[in-house]
Design a protein around this ligand. Structure first.
Ligand code: C5P
Length: 242
């Protein structure tokens, strides 16, 4: 297993390379002083493909590959095996793919990393996307379970299937941490350091509060991406964790 939980604040912060052209993403990542972790999402991956992971790793960065796999077990396993062999150290899957798919995805990720001579990645389960509201889940998908029950239930399903962590809102971190002690990873977006714009995130938390609530790592996008001085913004986030 990769050494995930370091005391170094820079290891706790993952910068989301959102809304950038491939060249821009690579040069941005290289320019942020002290940056260790980046998140590659669907938009960047669809533009540039798997090479982006190698290119970021060549620059000494650790990669969270956020493609949110959700498919039949064999396809999930194949995708996770390939993602692990690329050197992605955090990989997202949807918890509602179910325990069979989660188990084979986890096993395949271990195999993929082993065959490539790499550390095993941590798979992270996505429980309920924050774009869903309870009424719409009920109306459109006939899901009557409230989100407050559904998130811990899907986290439990994932953990039982051997998945190493979850992506969650910082507001869910304390409840999930009580249920799942470390080293279960809790990776939280929706982070806003002091003085930064909230933007379209409805429910946010500061970096130190999110870690105190039980998050193991934080995903931060615009407060660093859109800052006049991204290195200074990254240093501010690290400073809030020191
Ligand atoms: O710019 P900001 O800090 O809001 O970016 C947060 C990142 O985390 C984005 O990549 C966004 O897609 C992702 N994310 C999120 N909320 C979730 C899951 C992922 O904001 N529930």
């Amino acid at each position: 297993m990769a050494p995930l939980l370091s005391a170094d604040p820079a290891e706790r912060i993952i910068v989301a390379l959102d809304g950038m052209a491939p060249d821009q993403a690579l040069s941005f990542a290289a320019q942020v002083e002290g940056l260790r972790w980046v998140k590659v999402g669907l938009e960047l991956f669809v533009q540039v493909g798997p090479d982006v992971v190698a290119q970021l790793r060549e620059r000494g960065l650790r990669v969270f590959l956020d493609l949110k796999f959700h498919d039949i077990p064999a396809t999930m396993a194949g995708a996770c095996r390939r993602a692990a062999a690329l050197g992605a150290e955090l990989i997202t899957v949807h918890a509602c793919a179910g325990s069979k798919a989660l188990k084979v995805a986890q096993a395949a990720a271990l195999e993929g990393a082993q065959q490539a001579g790499l550390f095993a990645p941590t798979l992270l389960a996505v429980t309920v996307l924050t774009s869903w509201e309870e009424q719409r889940l009920q109306r459109e998908l006939a899901i009557t379970q409230g989100i407050a029950e559904r998130v811990p239930a899907l986290a439990q399903l994932s953990s039982t299937a051997g998945i190493g962590g979850c992506v969650c809102s910082p507001l869910e971190a304390a409840a999930l941490r009580a249920q799942h002690p470390e080293p279960f990873a809790l990776v939280t977006p929706g982070i806003r350091p002091k003085g930064s714009a909230v933007g379209d995130q409805a429910r946010v938390m500061g970096p130190a509060d999110a870690i105190a609530a039980g998050a193991s790592q934080l995903v931060i996008g615009r407060p660093i991406l859109k800052a006049a001085d991204p290195s200074a913004a990254f240093a501010t986030c690290c400073g809030e964790l020191s």
